[in-house]
Write a protein that binds this ligand. Structure first.
Ligand SMILES: [Zn+2]
Length: 124
């Protein structure tokens, strides 16, 4: 079965990387509007903001990484980081959980949902 879940830190990192490329691309497009200083400036600013945003996202990942729990993946035995209650292994995408009550259950992103967690608390 192909798992569609990927490790959260990896996911955010991919997002930040694509932001850099989008930012550079937007700035590059701006060069084609040499005739209009205003248009070129707008493209340059948007592109610059996108690259800046990616820097912020990278910084955010750094913060998240320090908070994430390091575990050894039971499947590939590599050290991976788990963010939230459920996450996937960075290397083999093996679903992992920090909550013993969720062990053996089917992996579901909803376990990270605050609303869902509250609902489960009520049922106890
Ligand atoms: Zn693994």
């Amino acid at each position: 079965m192909q798992l569609k879940y990927t490790n959260k830190i990896n996911k955010i990192r991919t997002f930040a990387l694509s932001l850099v490329f989008i930012g550079i691309l937007i700035m590059y497009i701006g060069i084609f509007f040499k005739t209009s200083v205003l248009l070129m400036t707008i493209f340059m600013i948007i592109g610059f903001l996108a690259t800046m945003a990616s820097a912020v996202v990278y910084f955010w990942i750094g913060m998240l990484s320090t908070k994430a729990v390091q575990v050894e993946c039971p499947n590939c035995h590599k050290t991976t980081k788990v963010l939230g209650k459920v996450d996937a292994c960075m290397y083999c995408k093996q679903p992992l959980t920090l909550d013993p009550s969720l062990e053996g259950k089917e992996f579901d992103e909803k376990y990270n949902n605050k609303k869902y967690q509250k609902q489960m608390e009520k049922q106890k």
